[in-house]
Design a binder for this molecule. Structure first.
Ligand code: GRF
Length: 238
């Protein structure tokens, strides 16, 4: 498999569509950064899977067009996935940023924007994927956790990792205090890396060939050829 190259747009800012479900502090960080033309990216639309969230208000306050695409307004999940894809397509994005978007996108969406969707997760993937990255890390008792920016692929929080930042767990942390500290790191990482991608483009390298499984390994071993996790591919920004 050949590397996939995503060059930056020539002589214009990269167009970002940001998807949100909650308070939108990551969105706000992008909006603030994009106010500077030197950042190289502009938020052209913000989409949500629900109404009445602070993230939508942040977009409106910034004068950015918004749309809401709710699963319950569609006959099934696949129809919702296509409707979301169509809404986003109208805004011709160079990059789709999932910034606290609490839905899994489906195959039609992924096929349309393949390699151009990034997501931020509040844990050091591949540890603690899923809805409660901070809570699960705390419950496990790790001493260091953090955040991950990755290219979205099929699966839960699986895909080529763009960048990560570490956040120490402190004595006395609860889920909220830990998640808030992770979110500070997340916003910094998101702004820094999305800006680099917008200005310089990026490349997704194919996964290295998996080593042959040792004779004694069980057949489900992760080293079995063909079972390489998608996150094993690498993303480089020149
Ligand atoms: C972030 O920690 C994100 O990784 C997680 O939800 C949080 C969203 O925060 N999935 P906000 O809505 O950007 O403030």
């Amino acid at each position: 498999m050949a590397p996939s190259h995503y060059p930056p747009p020539r002589s214009r800012a990269a167009r970002l569509v940001v998807l949100v479900s909650g308070s939108g502090t990551n969105l706000q960080a992008l909006l603030d950064a994009a106010a500077d033309p030197a950042y190289g990216a502009t938020v052209v639309a913000v989409g949500a899977d629900r109404d009445g969230i602070l993230a939508l208000k942040r977009a409106e306050d910034a004068g950015v067009p918004t749309f809401v695409c709710r699963v319950k307004d569609h006959p099934d999940r696949a129809a919702w996935d296509r409707a979301l894809r169509d809404e986003i397509r109208r805004h011709a994005p160079d990059l789709v940023v999932l910034a606290g978007f609490m839905k899994l996108v489906g195959p039609d969406f992924l096929a349309e924007f393949d390699g151009r969707i990034v997501n931020t997760h509040p844990a050091l993937l591949p540890s603690f994927p899923g809805m409660h990255g901070a809570r699960d890390a705390l419950a496990y008792g790790v001493k260091v956790t953090g955040c991950t920016l990755f290219v979205v692929a099929a699966g839960v929080d699986d895909g080529p990792i763009i960048a990560q930042a570490a956040v120490p767990v402190e004595d006395g942390d609860d889920e909220e205090s830990l998640h808030e500290r992770i979110k500070v790191a997340e916003r910094r990482l998101l702004v820094e890396q999305v800006g680099r991608m917008a200005r310089e483009g990026w490349t997704i390298l194919p996964a290295p060939a998996a080593a042959p499984a040792p004779a004694s390994a069980p057949s489900s071993s992760p080293t079995t050829p063909g079972s390489t996790p998608l996150g094993n591919r690498k993303v480089t920004i020149p």
